[in-house]
Design a protein around this ligand. Structure first.
Ligand code: MCA
Ligand code: AMP
Length: 517
């Protein structure tokens, strides 16, 4: 790196991830995007330019939320770093979302600026105009040159939106300190090194893609090859190159890779398997890994997938070991620095093995709270500061945890995405022909759970109902829903029913609804 370039990086290089990049490995390749290689210096320079442009003469954005929308790419990383280096809070917008959901996140986070990748500007320009929000298009050339603020670890770095038992997603505020703590734990536990080369196949609006893959790689000086969207053929072609050393994905992605391997000719399969065998670590998480998937993957790749457990609000909490036995169906033991306990319904700690309880977590990984929702934040913690995950587990011999399920049937995990049944029901009730509905997660080998909806139509005459039942009604409701919710929230099956099963108190009995599918 030239002296002139060093000067242009801006004086402040905290949090430490920037300092590491500038001093430890400036000339190494950080990101491969569409076949182009970008070094850590280039990432620092681009992010410094974006930060300068955001600041526009101010000294520090002082914690202003900045929404940004970009496919997984070098531009995504430079924008995220740029927002951080200007002292803003990064609010990554999911690229697959329709306008209504993007608008909710932008409004709820009170974002004051939106940065868009050139390919995404159409999705947000109207929202920006309507609400008088400054829109920065990355293609507009950003080349200002400002002094950058020193951003302390206790300051918020990101707001990540996550669905819960309430009807609308909540913004989880994650500080720079949380990120540093989560990343250093994983880098040590999973032994990330500069010579690692990973493939990012995950979306970049969730912890799995942002922290476990992108930020761990960039913290370590490793190489992160990005795919704009998961594609089984393209992923296999990267694996076959034999260059990858570490790979992370959700169980659905492993299922899709297995299907592609099964369909390949024998010689091709051999090359695919060789590519896997050359890696040092393959990890699964975000949803329960079916033991059948684990076993099939072992045959294909020679790897016993390392399964771990985490959540947006806490980062990674439990992990199987890199060295030593990984128990199928189990998510391992607490990661160093993370306190984990099981508790009963009254928050009493469970000390005996094999007794089920809620996983509760404490430590420097744990988020600051929900954005602008102090009540929801205090409900999420016990009186003595433990975060309630809502996941039920048992501790087996040796202190190894096994996840049994979730407290609420209204939280669905599909393709690794968390979805709230109540949120979908609320949208469906605004459909002019829908009187009532119940949304459930139905077990599925590939998706973990599939979102399904049972609906009661508004009272009309019999002939109209019959026409709806036969005339592509399901598809028309799905199309209607796609304009209002993320593609993975749209129910894959919709059934018209005359009645919903209810208990004596009139509450819909969801396990009975599941039987419709
Ligand atoms: C898509 N399809 C679905 C679903 N999604 N069908 C049923 N259920 C679904 N959930 C259908 C589409 O309608 C389409 O059908 C076809 O599948 C292909 O759609 P496409 O969008 O192309 O699917 P995909 O790209 O293959 O998506 C699968 C995926 C994706 C890559 C597994 O779901 C994904 O990226 N998941 C990862 C989510 C993630 O990162 N979660 C981490 C959050 P048709 O062809 O008929 O139109 S959890 C987290 O961060 C915590 C901290 C943790 O522990 O990690
Ligand atoms: P999210 O809120 O989207 O970050 O998803 C976190 C949730 O994913 C957790 O609360 C669990 O329900 C689920 N989860 C993550 N990892 C695992 C795993 N290995 N096994 C089972 N469930 C998991």
């Amino acid at each position: 790196m030239s002296h002139r370039e060093k000067e242009r990086l801006g004086p402040a290089l905290s949090p430490s991830i920037f300092g590491r990049a500038s001093t430890l490995f400036p000339d190494r390749t950080a990101i491969i995007d569409g076949g182009n290689c970008f070094t850590y210096s280039e990432l620092l320079l681009s992010s410094a330019a974006i930060a300068s442009s955001l600041l526009g003469g101010q000294k520090d954005l002082g914690g202003v939320p900045v929404a940004f929308i970009a496919p997984p790419s070098f531009d995504y990383a430079a924008t995220q770093w740029g927002i951080w280096r200007a002292g803003g809070i990064a609010v990554p917008l999911p690229i697959s979302y329709p306008q209504a959901e993007l608008e909710y996140i932008i409004r709820d986070s009170s974002s004051k600026i939106i940065i868009s990748h050139a390919s995404m500007t159409d999705k947000v320009s109207q929202i920006a105009e309507q609400h008088g929000i400054r829109l920065v298009d990355l293609k507009d050339g950003i080349d200002h040159d400002a002094d950058l603020p020193d951003v302390r670890l206790e300051r918020p770095a990101m707001i990540l939106y996550t669905s819960g038992t309430t009807s609308k997603p909540k913004g989880a505020v994650i500080t720079h300190g949380n990120i540093e703590s989560q990343v250093t734990t994983l880098v040590n536990a999973w032994e990330w090194v500069q010579s690692d080369h990973t493939l990012l196949v995950l979306p970049l609006h969730h912890v799995h893609g942002i922290i476990n893959v992108l930020t761990c790689a960039l913290w370590s000086g490793a190489l992160c090859e990005v795919m704009p969207k998961f594609d089984a053929k393209a992923a296999w072609s990267a694996i076959k190159s034999g260059k990858l050393t570490i790979f992370m994905a959700v169980p659905t992605i492993y299922s899709k890779l297995i299907a592609e391997w099964d369909a390949a000719p024998k010689e091709e399969r051999r090359k695919m398997s060789e590519g896997c065998a050359g890696m040092r670590l393959m990890v699964s998480g975000s949803a329960a890994l079916p033991v059948t998937t684990l076993e099939k993957w072992r045959i294909i790749s020679g790897h016993t997938l390392l399964e771990r457990y985490g959540m947006t609000e806490i980062g990674m909490a439990l992990s199987n070991p890199v060295h030593g036995a990984r128990i199928p169906g189990c998510v391992g033991t607490p990661l160093p620095g993370v306190q984990v306990r099981l508790a009963d319904d009254n928050d009493n700690v469970i000390i005996t093995d094999e007794q089920a309880g809620e996983i509760q977590v404490k430590g420097s990984h744990v988020f600051k709270g929900y954005w602008n929702k102090p009540d929801k934040t205090s409900e999420a913690f016990t009186g003595d500061g433990w975060f309630r995950t809502g996941d039920i587990a048992v501790r087996e011999k040796g202190g190894v945890y096994r996840i049994l399920g979730r407290k609420s049937v209204d939280i669905i995990k599909t393709g690794g995405y968390k979805v709230s049944a109540l949120e979908i029901e609320e949208v469906f009730r605004t459909h002019p022909l829908i009187e009532e509905c119940a949304v459930v997660g139905v077990e599925d080998e590939v998706w973990g759970q599939r979102v399904c909806a049972a609906i009661i139509l508004r009272k009309r005459d019999e002939s109209q109902h019959n026409a709806l039942k036969t005339g592509g009604f399901e598809q028309s409701v799905k199309n209607w829903a796609k304009e209002r919710m993320a593609p993975y929230k749209v129910p894959s099956s919709i059934k018209i029913v005359n009645q919903l099963p209810r208990n004596a108190l009139g509450k819909v009995v969801k396990p009975e609804v599941i039987k419709f599918f």
